[in-house]
Design a protein around this ligand. Structure first.
Ligand SMILES: Cc1ncc(COP(=O)(O)O)c(C=O)c1O
Length: 401
């Protein structure tokens, strides 16, 4: 049994009335940091944990017989336990790597061996390309077929029916996003997972944009494979793959021969990013103590005026959902007559950090007809965002007429 998110083993701390910005050294300056969807600022405790690990004298490679190595093994095991509590999943299924993109590519390569003739993979046009390109590459190499579930370009929603309509006895995998990093849309992960299972397929979820903004309970959702990146939830730059331990045992990872063949170690290549794992533990503790649900409520209270303010401006087109339900506090928009890069540059001149472009949501930008005009501008709320940041963005955008 894993302790459920928001009922974690740690005592929830009251969220400070003055907000959380003082806990994020990188967000304390004059900039309004609304760029968190591409990478959040690191929490003070994460920075400290990384520094402590490196300076402790108990840092060493894993699986040795001396104290520092034993202590490092304990750190890795503890981090898996914290992730299990945070994400409601078996700790034995967590694999650490450089980032989501490389973990997804490695997993896809291994799964390819099992696909067999005539296999179909369902992807979605809402996804970040890190959960599309590997499957297209596998299809090219194996003769499998990738079929795409479309989202509704007006609402930005991915109806479950658009996925289920593509399922059949040849479907081996449904690879879909837990939340769109471009539009913020949150599909019905449990329903899509259940439909994939009914068709005899695996359900693989890119939860990179979901985990920082929404409680995730993998056991309850039922999915087979989940990706997250700690650099999106106040931790260090590192990727995390979770898969059912029996899958990690059955599939064949591309590994060096002397490496441990035990699950999950057989999936981890080379020396682990150990100081990052110390940072991941600190970030997971923070989310468990703060309660992702409470952080979500705070983020929503800031996002509501941001979304409403943008939607009301006649020179702004908001892409994706206009409602606050089943979405993350991330919004993409276009400014009439302006290239997204020029908007981002003008906002940067006022010390407002936003992203412009496709956000690697390649298919989504094409489906919205934005791929040939530079994509969109994206702003998002993080737990360190303050009302003044939203006011500054709205005021600056309103002047871009
Ligand atoms: C939804 C989503 N999936 C995947 C990725 C890729 O993650 P990583 O940077 O860890 O490779 C990102 C990064 O922006 C993302 O937002």
């Amino acid at each position: 049994m894993h302790t459920r998110p928001d009922a974690g083993p740690l005592t929830p701390e009251p969220l400070p009335v003055r907000g959380l910005r003082h806990r994020f050294p990188g967000a304390r300056g004059p900039w309004a940091r609304l760029d968190g969807a591409a990478g959040s600022q690191a929490l003070d405790r994460v920075i400290q944990a990384i520094s402590d690990y490196l300076s402790s004298g108990t840092n060493a490679n894993t699986e040795g017989y001396f104290e520092a190595s034993v202590s490092t093994d304990a750190l890795v095991a503890r981090t898996r336990g914290l992730l299990g509590a945070l994400l409601g999943a078996d700790p034995a299924g967590f694999v650490f790597g450089a980032n989501m993109t490389s973990l997804a590519a490695a997993f896809a390569r291994s799964l390819a061996r099992q696909l067999g003739d005539g296999a179909e993979i369902v992807c979605t046009r809402l996804d970040h390309d890190a959960n599309v390109a590997p499957w297209l590459a596998i299809a090219r190499e194996t003769g499998a077929r990738v079929v795409f579930a479309d989202f509704d370009p007006v609402s930005g929603r991915l109806p479950t029916a658009n996925v289920t309509a593509l399922l059949n006895s040849r479907t081996r995998l449904v690879a879909f996003t837990g939340a769109s990093n471009a539009l913020g849309t949150i599909p019905d992960v449990a329903a899509i997972t259940a439909a994939a299972h009914r068709a005899g397929a695996l359900a693989l979820v890119d939860a990179v944009h979901l985990v920082p903004h929404h409680p995730v309970d993998i056991d309850a959702l039922g999915c087979d494979v989940v990706f997250t990146s700690a650099h999106k939830w106040y931790g260090p730059h590192a990727g995390i793959l979770w898969a059912r331990p029996h899958l990690l045992a059955e599939l064949y990872p591309y590994q060096v021969r002397p490496a441990s063949d035990e699950v999950p170690h057989r999936w981890q290549t080379g020396t682990l990013p150990l100081e990052s794992i110390a940072g991941i533990a600190a970030a997971a503790e923070f989310l468990l103590e703060s309660g992702v649900r409470r952080l979500k409520e705070r983020e929503e209270s800031l996002f509501a005026p941001l979304l409403e303010g943008l939607t009301r401006m006649p020179h702004i087109t908001v892409h994706g959902p206009r409602e606050l339900t089943d979405r993350t506090p991330t919004v993409s928009f276009s400014v009439a007559g302006r290239h997204p890069d020029s908007v981002a540059r003008q906002l940067a001149a006022r010390q407002i950090a936003v992203w412009s472009g496709s956000f690697y949501a390649h298919e989504a930008m094409a489906a919205l007809g934005l791929d040939t005009s530079g994509g969109a501008v994206r702003a998002g709320i993080s737990c360190y965002t303050e009302p003044g940041d939203v006011d500054r963005l709205l005021s600056a955008v309103s002047e871009l007429r």
